[in-house]
Design a protein around this ligand. Structure first.
Ligand SMILES: C[S@@+](CC[C@H](N)C(=O)[O-])C[C@H]1O[C@@H](n2cnc3c(N)ncnc32)[C@H](O)[C@@H]1O
Ligand SMILES: Nc1nc2[nH]cc(C(=O)O)c2c(=O)[nH]1
Ligand code: SF4
Ligand SMILES: [Mg+2]
Length: 211
């Protein structure tokens, strides 16, 4: 993945845009906050339950300059932008962050942290993946750790292991994998009641039936 798109990834001045939309942040600490979403194409991690598989192949998405995509966000009433993907850490995100900050827009990142995170961010949500663990610096930069609970037998234990790697101020969230929600939510509620350093994150946009 890094090879074919290496130049585009490293430059970061043009990005393959999967979609952009103004909605409500559905997950994690900023749940409920209006935000303009920028979904960047390209991910080589391959989570089998990924809800954004259309974003995996960057070649399927048109390149857009950071100026143009930020202009679209600025034209909306949004005060915050969520950058997601795909896996945004594949890219040099400095040009995008700089352009957002020129317009005084808060910038939030959704990432697996599998690659070094570039750019200055107001908030980083780290959601580690078993297929490709975060690089050490991603744990240090995380403002929230959001662990997806798919397998009840294994994933609580894994979440505890991951939580040892983040800073003391990092907020801790457990989020059910969407297709397992009905099966998983009661055990997650019980787990969080018994282990109150954790919080629950819901994919609330899916309940609201909004993007
Ligand atoms: C599509 S990913 C893109 C950003 C980055 N690649 C990542 O995985 O963090 C956005 C967020 O959705 C979560 N996610 C993806 N598929 C999901 C699913 N089926 N159920 C619950 N959360 C999911 C990811 O863990 C991540 O926190
Ligand atoms: N509303 C809404 N909130 C989200 N939070 C994280 C999302 C993502 O796909 O990264 C997402 C998304 O796709 N929609
Ligand atoms: S890392 Fe994120 S975008 Fe990539 S497959 Fe996993 S959930 Fe999907
Ligand atoms: Mg999503």
């Amino acid at each position: 993945m890094k090879d074919k798109y290496k130049e585009i990834f490293d430059k970061g001045t043009d990005l393959p845009l999967v979609e952009d939309f103004y909605t409500i942040q559905g997950e994690g600490y900023h749940t409920g906050k209006p935000a303009y979403f920028i979904r960047i194409g390209g991910c080589d991690i391959g989570c089998r339950w990924c809800d954004s598989k259309i974003s995996w192949n960057p070649a399927e998405h048109r390149l857009i300059s950071v100026e143009e995509v930020v202009r679209k966000a600025v034209e909306s009433p949004a005060k915050a932008v969520v950058v997601t993907g795909g896996e945004p850490s594949l890219y040099n995100l400095e040009p995008l962050c700089t352009e957002l900050k020129k317009h005084n827009i808060e910038n939030f990142l959704e990432t697996s942290g599998a690659y070094e995170i570039s750019g200055e961010w107001d908030w980083i949500c780290l959601s580690p993946k078993r297929n490709k663990l975060p690089v050490p610096s991603s744990y240090e930069k995380a403002n929230e750790l959001k662990v997806i609970i798919f397998d009840l037998e294994k994933d609580f234990e894994w979440a505890e292991e991951l939580s040892k790697n983040v800073g003391d101020d990092c907020l801790l969230y457990l989020q059910s994998e969407w297709s397992q929600y009905v099966h998983n939510i009661k055990p997650i509620v019980e787990y969080v009641k018994n282990n109150p350093k954790w919080n629950i994150s819901l994919q609330s946009h899916k309940f609201m039936r909004i993007p």
